[in-house]
Design a protein around this ligand. Structure first.
Ligand code: ADP
Ligand code: MG
Length: 441
C-alpha cells in the first residue's frame, strides 16, 4: 500500500478515536515516510511530538496498522521538521523530558534584548532606565526597581539589561534568579550549613537580577539574608535590578528597611500597553517569526486583548497556526471568526484548571495529583503548575498543596520547564494554547 494512502486511512481511524484538539495538537505534520516489510516509519515534526505520540498513542496506532495491513507492524520514528523553528543554539525540546532542570546551566535567555523591546507610552520610562543602567551599571541607579502587572515585559527588560551588560563586559558575573530560587538557596544553605557558599555566590556577582521579589513576602530569614547581600553589593557598586508585581510599599510582610532600600534607587513602572504599542509589538513578533499579517488584522488582534503581552503573543501564534492549517489567508474576516472562540476565558479558581487539564489529556484527577511518576503524567502536571502560577498567580507552596502535597521546589522546576520550553518551541506553545482553550468558565 502506498504510504500516503495508508496514512490517510490511519488518520481517518484516529479521527474517530480522538478529540479534534488532540488530533491537531499531536498529528498535524505527521505522516508515514516508509513501509518496509513489517516496519512502518512515522515522520513527526519534532522530538517533542514524537515522545508524546509514543507515550500516548503508540498502541492505538499499532492496532490500526495491523487492521489496515493485515499483519502486525512495528512503528519506528523519524523527525522531519516541517515548520521553520526560531533559530537557537539552545538544547532542543527533547531535553524537556530527558534532562533534569537543575543540571542545565542557567544562562540569560538571548531572546530578550533591549533592541527587540518595543517602546511605547506605557514602558518608555522603564526602557530609558534600563538603557541608562546598561550603559553605567552600578553607578547611577542602584537598585533599579521595575514593577507592573503580569506579562507587561518586566522579565524581558531585566534580562535585556543583563544581555546588554554582558555584551560589553563578557567577563562580568551575572546572576539572574527568581526570588523563589534565592529563597530556596537560602533554605538549602541553612539545612546543609553552607551559608558561606551562599554568600560567596551572591556576593561575588557584578550584576544581580532578582525577578518577582513580591514572593519574599513573609519570608523573614530570606529577607534578612537578602538585606545583607544587598548592602554588600551596593557597597561594591555591583548593579542590582529587581522586579515586582507591585511597588515596594504595597508588598505585604516585607521589612521596612528593605522597602526603603528598594525605593532608594530608581523605581519605574510598566503600565499595560496602549493600543498602538500592542499593534507595534504584534508587528515585531510577526517579523521575528518571519510572518506578515495585514495591518488591519494586527489591529483586530490588538483590540481583543488589553494588558497581557504574553497572551497577546500567544493569541497571534494560535491564530496564524489555525489559519495556516486551514490554508486560509490572515484576513480580518478569517481572523474574527477565530477570535470569538479564542477570547481568553481565564478561570477564577484552580479546580477549573485541574479539570481542564484532565479533560484535555484524558486523565483522572487522582492520577494528575497523585504520586505516580509515569512519563505521560509529567507534562500535564508541569503544564498545570505553569498555568496555576502564571494565570492564577498562585504561590508555589499553594500549587504544591492542590497538586496532592508536592514540594514547592518541585512546582518551581515544573513551571520553569514549561516557561523555558515556551520560549523555544512552537509545539509547546501550541499545546499550552490548546489546553488554555479547554478551560472554560
Ligand atoms: P512579565 O515579566 O512582566 O510578566 P515578560 O517580560 O515575561 O512579562 O513578557 C511577556 C512576553 O511579552 C515576553 O515574551 C516578552 O518578550 C513580551 N513583551 C513584553 N513587553 C514587550 C515589549 N515592549 N516589546 C516586545 N516584547 C514584549
Ligand atoms: Mg516576569
Amino acid at each position: 500500500m502506498d504510504t500516503d494512502k495508508l496514512w490517510r486511512k490511519i488518520s481517518q481511524d484516529l479521527k474517530n478515536e480522538l478529540s479534534s484538539a488532540s488530533l491537531r495538537t499531536w498529528f498535524s505534520g505527521v505522516s508515514i515516510s516508509s513501509v518496509q516489510k513489517d516496519i512502518v516509519t512515522l515522520s513527526t515534526p519534532s522530538g517533542f511530538i514524537q515522545e508524546n505520540i509514543k507515550s500516548r498513542y503508540l498502541k492505538l496506532i499499532e492496532s490500526m496498522l495491523e487492521k489496515a495491513l493485515g499483519n502486525k507492524a512495528t512503528v519506528e520514528f523519524t523527525i522531519v521538521p516541517s515548520i521553520s523553528k526560531p533559530q537557537t543554539n539552545e538544547p532542543q525540546q527533547e531535553d524537556f523530558f530527558v534532562k533534569d532542570y537543575a543540571t542545565v546551566t542557567p544562562t540569560l535567555n538571548p531572546k530578550y534584548t533591549l533592541e527587540n523591546f518595543v517602546v511605547g507610552l506605557s514602558n518608555n520610562v522603564a526602557y530609558a532606565a534600563a538603557q541608562a543602567v546598561s550603559q553605567n551599571p552600578g553607578t547611577s541607579y542602584n537598585p533599579l526597581f521595575i514593577y507592573g502587572g503580569t506579562g507587561v515585559g518586566k522579565t524581558h527588560l531585566m534580562i535585556a539589561i543583563g544581555n546588554a551588560i554582558l555584551a560589553k563586559n563578557p567577563n562580568y558575573k551575572v546572576i539572574y534568579c527568581s526570588s523563589e530560587k534565592f529563597m530556596n538557596d537560602y533554605v538549602t544553605a541553612i539545612q546543609n550549613r553552607k551559608m558561606g557558599d551562599l554568600r560567596n555566590k551572591y556576593r561575588s556577582t557584578h550584576l544581580l537580577l532578582i525577578d518577582d521579589i513580591q514572593f519574599f513576602s513573609g519570608r523573614e530569614g530570606t529577607q534578612e539574608e537578602f538585606f545583607h547581600t544587598f548592602n554588600d553589593l551596593q557597597g561594591k557598586n555591583a548593579q542590582m535590578v529587581i522586579t515586582s508585581d507591585r511597588p515596594p510599599h504595597e508588598i505585604a510582610k516585607i521589612e521596612d528597611r528593605l522597602k526603603s532600600r528598594f525605593a532608594g534607587g530608581l523605581m519605574v513602572d510598566i503600565q499595560p500597553p496602549d493600543f498602538d504599542t500592542r499593534v507595534a509589538i504584534l508587528k515585531a513578533k510577526c517579523m521575528e517569526r518571519g510572518e506578515s499579517l495585514p495591518e488591519d488584522s494586527l489591529k483586530l488582534i490588538a483590540s481583543s486583548m488589553q494588558s497581557n503581552i504574553r497572551e497577546l503573543e500567544g493569541k497571534l501564534i494560535q491564530i496564524t497556526q489555525l489559519l495556516k492549517a486551514q490554508d486560509l489567508p490572515p484576513t480580518v474576516e478569517n481572523i474574527s471568526g477565530h477570535l470569538n472562540q479564542l477570547v481568553a476565558r481565564m478561570p477564577s479558581d484552580h479546580k477549573q484548571v485541574l479539570s481542564a487539564v484532565c479533560r484535555f489529556f484524558d486523565l483522572n484527577l487522582k492520577d494528575l495529583t497523585g504520586p505516580k511518576r509515569q512519563k505521560e503524567l509529567v507534562l500535564p502536571r508541569h503544564i498545570t503548575m505553569y498555568l496555576l502560577s502564571e494565570e492564577l498567580g498562585m504561590t508555589v507552596e499553594k500549587i504544591g498543596q492542590v497538586l496532592g502535597g508536592r514540594d514547592h521546589t518541585t512546582v518551581m522546576h515544573g513551571r520553569d520547564k514549561v516557561k523555558n520550553a515556551l520560549d523555544k518551541d512552537q509545539e509547546v506553545q501550541k499545546l499550552v494554547n490548546e489546553v488554555k482553550r479547554a478551560i472554560s468558565p
